[in-house]
Write a protein that binds this ligand. Structure first.
Ligand SMILES: Cc1cc2nc3c(=O)[nH]c(=O)nc-3n(C[C@H](O)[C@H](O)[C@H](O)COP(=O)(O)OP(=O)(O)OC[C@H]3O[C@@H](n4cnc5c(N)ncnc54)[C@H](O)[C@@H]3O)c2cc1C
Length: 430
C-alpha cells in the first residue's frame, strides 16, 4: 500500500475471492452537492451513513469509497465478533468499565443482527464461542488468569488441555486453551458488501472514488479523480487514513497485518481440523497468531505486524505458511490459496478518537485491531452527534479518547523497541 491519501491494495482479499463477483456502484462524476459526505465504506462509514439517513430522511448523503466494498479492511479482517467482553478483573473499576463498553457492544451487535436479518445478508454469522489458545508457558499463565477471572465472574467457560485442544481443533500445538461461549464468527466480506448494498435510498454510494483532497471553501469541497463534491458536513470514516488529510497524526499509528486461507482440503485432510465444525482461536499474546476454520475444508491464519509500511509478499507467504505448518504438520502439503494484508489503526492508550476534528468535519478512528462491532456502533453514534443527539460524554466515558503519541523519529524507535520486546514475549504464540 502506498502513502497516497487513499489505500491501494496490491492483493485480493481471500474472503472477497470466495464470494460470487459483485458489481460495484459507479464512481462519482461531475459536480455533486450533498448535505453529508461520508468518506470510506467500512463499518464506521456505512453505519454513519445509514444512521444519518434514518435521522434526516430528506437529506442527500454521499458515501465515497476509494476501492470497493469488499477490498478494504472491513473485508480483510478475521471475522471475530462479540457483543460482550470479559472484564479484565473483578475490581469495581474493571467491572464498571466492561459494563459500559458492553452496552455499546450490544448496541452495535444487535444493530448488525437486525440489519442482516432485515436485508437477508448471508454472512455466515455463527455463535461458535471462542478459544483463547496458549502454546507457551507464558501463554498458559495468561489462560490460567482468564480461567480464574471467568470463574470468579460466573462466565461459562471450559478449560482445554492439549488433548482437548487437539480433539476440538485438530492441532497438538497448544498447551491449553480457554473456551468461552460468548463469541461469533462471520464472513467479513459478505457482511460489508451486504451492508453497503442495503444502504437506504437517500444514501448514494460511489465506489472506486478515492478522495484526493479535502478543503473548506465555505462548504467542504472533496475531490475525487472525476468529481467535485460539496457538502455541509463530512464524516471521515477512513480509520488511520485520516492522517493523510492532516488530522490526528499525533494520535494514530497505522499497523499492517496479514492473513491467508488455505486451498480447499480433501475430506481426509479436513479431518485434521478437529471435531468442532466451526471454531476460532485467538492467541494468548496480542502479537500472536489467530486461527479459524473456514467452512468444512479450509483454515485461515492471521499473523505478523508491521509499522506504517507493508512487508514484502515473499516474506509474508513464508511466515504465514510457517504459522500454518507449525500447527498442522500433517497438512504440510496443503497450500495457501489466498494471502492478503490489511491495515488497522492503533492508538497509544487503545482508545479511539471520536468526534469533531474541524468545523463540520467528524471522524471515528483508531479501531485498535477490532472494529466490526466497535466501528458500527461508533459510526452510528457519530451520526447521532452530528444530528444533535449528543451522547459524547457517554461514548467517551466508555471508550476514553486517543491520547498523544510521540512524533517521529521517537515514535518509530519506540514502536521498534516495544514490538521487538513483545515479539520475543509472543514466542510460540506467533
Ligand atoms: C487482517 C486483519 C484482521 C482483523 N481481524 C478483526 C476481527 O477478527 N474482528 C474485528 O472486529 N476486527 C478485526 N480487524 C479490524 C477491522 O477490520 C477494522 O477495525 C475495521 O475494518 C475498521 O472499520 P472502519 O470502517 O473504521 O475502517 P476500515 O474498514 O479501514 O474502512 C475505511 C475505508 O475507508 C476507505 N478509504 C481510506 N481512504 C480513503 C479515501 N481517501 N477516499 C475514499 N475512501 C477511503 C478505505 O478503502 C476503507 O474501505 C482486523 C483487521 C485486519 C487488517
Amino acid at each position: 500500500m502506498s502513502s497516497s491519501p487513499f489505500p491501494d491494495y496490491p492483493d485480493q482479499c481471500g474472503w472477497t475471492a470466495l464470494l460470487p463477483p459483485r458489481t460495484p456502484k459507479p464512481p462519482a462524476t461531475g459536480e455533486i452537492t450533498a448535505k453529508y459526505a461520508v468518506v470510506g465504506a467500512g463499518y464506521t462509514g456505512v453505519a454513519a451513513a445509514r444512521r444519518l439517513a434514518e435521522l434526516d430522511p430528506s437529506a442527500e448523503i454521499i458515501v465515497l469509497e476509494a476501492t470497493t466494498a469488499g477490498e478494504g479492511s472491513a473485508a480483510r479482517n478475521s471475522g471475530f465478533v462479540s457483543p460482550r467482553d470479559i472484564p479484565a478483573s473483578t475490581s469495581a473499576a474493571d467491572l464498571q468499565h466492561a459494563a459500559a463498553l458492553n452496552r455499546f457492544g450490544e448496541e452495535g451487535f444487535d444493530w448488525l443482527l437486525a440489519l442482516t436479518a432485515r436485508h437477508g445478508i448471508d454472512c455466515d454469522l455463527q455463535r461458535t464461542g471462542r478459544i483463547k489458545g496458549a502454546a507457551s508457558e507464558a501463554g498458559a499463565a495468561v489462560v490460567e488468569g482468564l480461567r480464574a477471572g471467568a470463574a470468579e465472574l460466573g462466565v461459562p467457560h471450559e478449560f482445554l488441555d492439549t488433548a482437548a485442544m487437539e480433539q476440538r481443533m485438530g492441532s497438538r500445538y497448544y498447551r491449553c486453551g480457554l473456551y468461552t461461549e460468548e463469541g461469533y464468527l462471520l464472513q467479513p466480506a459478505a457482511l460489508i458488501q451486504g451492508l453497503a448494498d442495503a444502504l437506504p435510498s437517500n444514501v448514494r454510494l460511489h465506489e472506486n472514488s478515492p478522495v484526493q483532497s479535502l478543503r473548506k471553501e465555505g462548504k467542504w469541497c472533496l475531490r475525487t479523480p472525476d468529481a467535485r463534491i460539496r457538502a455541509d458536513c463530512v464524516v471521515m470514516a477512513t480509520n488511520a487514513a485520516v492522517k493523510h488529510f492532516g488530522y490526528l497524526r499525533d494520535r494514530l499509528v497505522t499497523i499492517y497485518t496479514y492473513a491467508a486461507i488455505t486451498e480447499a482440503m480433501s475430506p481426509d485432510d479436513a479431518a485434521h481440523l478437529g471435531a468442532m465444525p466451526n471454531w476460532g482461536l485467538l492467541p494468548a499474546h496480542r502479537l500472536g497468531t489467530t486461527v479459524r476454520r473456514v467452512g468444512a475444508d479450509r483454515l485461515m491464519v492471521r499473523s505478523l505486524y508491521a509499522y506504517e509500511k507493508g512487508i514484502p509478499p515473499d516474506q509474508v507467504r513464508s511466515a504465514l505458511l510457517g504459522c500454518f505448518r507449525r500447527r498442522y504438520p500433517a497438512l504440510a502439503h496443503v497450500g495457501l490459496e489466498f494471502i492478503w494484508g490489511g491495515t488497522t489503526a492503533l492508538t497509544m492508550n487503545g482508545a479511539p478518537f471520536w468526534g469533531p476534528i474541524d468545523d463540520g468535519l467528524y471522524t471515528s478512528a483508531g479501531c485498535n485491531g477490532a472494529g466490526i462491532v466497535k466501528g458500527t456502533v461508533l459510526g452510528k453514534r457519530l451520526a447521532d452527534l452530528i444530528a444533535g443527539q449528543d451522547s459524547a460524554d457517554e461514548v467517551r466515558a466508555a471508550y476514553g479518547s486517543a491520547n498523544w503519541v510521540a512524533p517521529e523519529p521517537f515514535r518509530s524507535i519506540g514502536f521498534k523497541v516495544v514490538s521487538a520486546v513483545q515479539r520475543r514475549k509472543a514466542g510460540l504464540e506467533a
